[in-house]
Design a protein around this ligand. Structure first.
Ligand code: HEM
Ligand SMILES: *[C@@H]1O[C@H](CO)[C@@H](O)[C@H](O)[C@H]1NC(C)=O
Ligand SMILES: *[C@@H]1O[C@H](CO)[C@@H](O)[C@H](O)[C@H]1NC(C)=O
Ligand SMILES: *[C@@H]1O[C@H](CO)[C@@H](O)[C@H](O)[C@H]1NC(C)=O
Ligand SMILES: CC(=O)N[C@H]1CO[C@H](CO)[C@@H](O)[C@@H]1O
Length: 353
């Protein structure tokens, strides 16, 4: 709870700094949250960044879809209870009936596996588990963006992993559905201090990867969403001829595997796949930002680099908080509090709120 307040304070400071230094927009970067730094593993695991980089490079060459999988996993991690790798835990996001929360069902298993494989390599190279799973995820997402043709940026490090599962409720309230329009999207993002520029730039993550028919079929059936480009809609109907079709299609129809600004060109042509994409160009609050990014890849890359670093610092655990997992899919044995204690802590916290 205290970390939420610290982050809010830090981000309020960002807003102030940005307002007074718009002239320096070129190289601007959000401030680094206390306890994090760019050279966090300089002594404990000096090759950490290059190991992650070379793994992602060769794995993405074999499977370009992994880049999308890793970027989306970092986004889910940060939006659900903060960038603390809780999304990686087996058993997170499961409800009373052990049912997984819907958004997790479409995360790529290969991305979960890649994070564990990288973790194992880092432990071998550095002699102990010193690099957190949440840091691995942030680095792997950056390297995925770079390998797909996107901008590079420096990643602040020093996140620690949560010993707590994310609940299904955390997942559902943290991640907006693809049917959300701009007001609903901004409502979710404003809770974590992200604004309209962040929303438009981060949605540009949909310049790579795939979506299932079930994520946008409400735009085709029972009747076609009038904002859909007709030619584009005909193509979608060939892939998804009826409600409930279990198939996937590309998120960016122009350059599906390249991290570029074509996603925004699609929106201008009414070829956004989800309502959450297309509404960015329909709604007057965000339309001009979309138009700017459609015209200037450079403007998009600058804002994306800024916003993704900001996203990567949402409610992070640092210092002695949390743990460094020795298996990204499981909490460290013994580190967990007994259930009775956990429950009274949770109760105490909910009383505070
Ligand atoms: C703003 C709200 C967002 C919504 C509503 C949303 C929704 C979705 C949905 C529904 C899918 C497809 C799931 C499926 O049907 O298989 C998807 C895929 C994806 N999203 Fe988002 N997303 C959002 C933001 C983001 C952000 C911030 C990023 C990263 C910066 C991102 C990166 C991706 C990627 C890369 C994929 C493709 C994943 C793959 O191919 O495995 N999304 N998103
Ligand atoms: C556009 O988004 C803004 C900000 O959330 C909202 O106030 C406005 O009602 C939206 N416009 C439409 C037409 O939905
Ligand atoms: C529909 O998409 C095509 C191909 O991108 C484009 O030429 C056309 O202008 C689009 N139509 C509308 C109404 O945006
Ligand atoms: C990591 O944890 C998961 C979930 O508990 C388990 O299934 C898996 O076997 C563990 N991996 C290793 C290498 O122990
Ligand atoms: C938290 C959770 O249940 N994670 C699962 C999400 O989906 C992936 C891929 O199917 C699984 O590997 C995770 O265990």
């Amino acid at each position: 709870m205290a970390r939420g307040a610290t982050v809010s304070a830090a981000l309020a400071l960002v807003a102030l700094l940005c307002a007074s230094t718009t002239a320096a927009a070129e190289a601007r970067q959000p401030p680094v949250v206390g306890g994090m730094s760019f050279d966090f593993y300089k002594r404990s695991c000096p090759k950490a960044e290059s190991i992650v980089r070379s793994f992602v490079k060769s794995a993405v060459r074999k499977d370009i879809g992994l880049a999308a999988g890793l970027l989306r996993l970092h986004f889910h991690d940060c939006f659900v209870q903060g960038c603390d790798a809780s999304v990686l835990l087996d058993g997170s996001a499961t409800g009373p009936g052990e049912q997984q929360a819907p958004p997790n069902l479409t995360l790529r298993p290969s991305a979960f596996k890649a994070i564990n494989d990288i973790r194992d390599r880092l432990e071998k190279a550095c002699g102990a588990p010193v690099v957190s799973c949440s840091d691995i995820l942030a680095l792997a997402a950056r390297d995925s963006v770079v390998e797909s043709g996107g901008p590079s940026y420096k990643v602040p490090l020093g996140r620690r992993d949560s010993p707590n599962f994310a609940t299904q409720q955390d997942v559902l309230s943290g991640l907006p559905p693809p049917s959300a329009s701009v007001p609903a999207l901004l409502a979710v993002l404003s809770k974590i201090n992200l604004d309209a520029n962040d929303l438009v730039a981060l949605s540009g993550g949909h310049t790579i990867g795939l979506g299932h028919c079930t994520s946008f079929e409400d735009r085709l059936f029972p009747q076609q969403d009038p904002t859909l480009n007709n030619t584009f809609a005909s193509g979608l109907k060939r892939t998804c001829p009826a409600k409930g079709t279990d198939r996937r299609t590309v998120l960016d129809i122009r350059t599906p595997n390249i991290f570029d600004n074509k996603y925004y060109v699609n929106l201008v042509n009414r070829e956004g796949l989800f309502t959450s994409d297309q509404d960015l160009f329909t709604n007057a609050t965000t339309k001009a930002i979309v138009a700017k990014f459609a015209q200037s890849q450079k403007a998009f890359f600058h804002q994306f680099a800024f916003s993704v670093v900001k996203m990567g610092q949402i409610n992070v655990l640092t210092g002695s908080q949390g743990q460094i997992r020795s298996n990204c899919s499981a909490r460290n044995p013994g580190a967990a509090l007994p259930w009775s204690v956990v429950e009274s802590v949770v109760e105490a916290e909910s009383l505070v709120f």
